[in-house]
Design a protein. Structure first.
Length: 98
């Protein structure tokens, strides 16, 4: 009997590699989610806090800071109106013909 060399189609190999990568991603995502849930459950059971999370205090703005904020944020030459700031144009606007 004569040996025939095997032929592997490129499209079949591409689909096989995509399937394998998809399974690896799905399994790793599943394991990460399970690990986080287990970690949270252990922390709640042992009454531990996550040291990686840092909380910041609440930001409190005083009335005089609120009134100063828009005026200080304006660029020189800007005009104010109710909707925000608008920079005044120094010359006519140029338009391009389409």
């Amino acid at each position: 009997m004569r040996m025939i060399p095997l032929y592997i189609d490129v499209a079949v190999m591409s689909a096989t590699i995509e399937a394998i990568v998809g399974v690896v991603i799905a399994v790793s995502a599943f394991l990460i989610i399970r690990f986080r849930k287990a970690k949270k459950k252990v922390q709640e059971t042992l009454h531990l806090e996550d040291s990686a999370k840092e909380t910041e205090g609440d930001v409190v703005l005083l009335d005089d800071e609120i009134e100063k904020a828009p005026a200080e944020a304006a660029e020189p030459g800007a005009e104010f109106f109710e909707g925000g700031s608008e920079v005044s144009a120094s010359g006519p606007e140029e338009t391009t013909g389409a």
